[in-house]
Design a protein around this ligand. Structure first.
Ligand code: FES
Length: 106
């Protein structure tokens, strides 16, 4: 299990034990984290799983590319550290990863 921390727009902190091999989105949905709607079920076609990666982790995860980057154009308030959580797989080296939920998505 890998710890993932979600920070809500009101600064509420939700920490979950995420299953390695699943996407951050899938783990968030299983744990009922608010704000991760995931309308498309992880097919990279809805952008309702948008999160901001906490600064220290940006270098680890890198930026969105390809289809994910294209789909992010449909998300609100996109920043350089925006990612679609359905496109990021949980691995043990992400233990402690912190992501922020965009205002208006929760
Ligand atoms: Fe639809 Fe991520 S769940 S783009």
């Amino acid at each position: 299990m890998t710890r993932i921390v979600f920070i809500m727009p009101d600064s509420q902190r939700i920490e979950i034990d995420a299953q390695d091999g699943l996407s951050i989105m899938e783990c968030a949905r299983r744990a009922n984290v608010p704000g991760i709607v995931a309308e498309c079920g992880g097919a990279c076609s809805c952008a309702t799983c948008h999160v901001y990666i906490d600064a220290p982790w940006c270098g680890v995860l890198g930026e969105a590319a390809g289809m994910e980057r294209d789909m992010l154009e449909f998300a609100d308030s996109v920043r350089e550290n925006s990612r679609l959580s359905c496109q990021v797989k949980v691995t043990p080296d992400l233990d402690g990863l912190t992501v922020h939920l965009p205002e208006g998505q929760v």
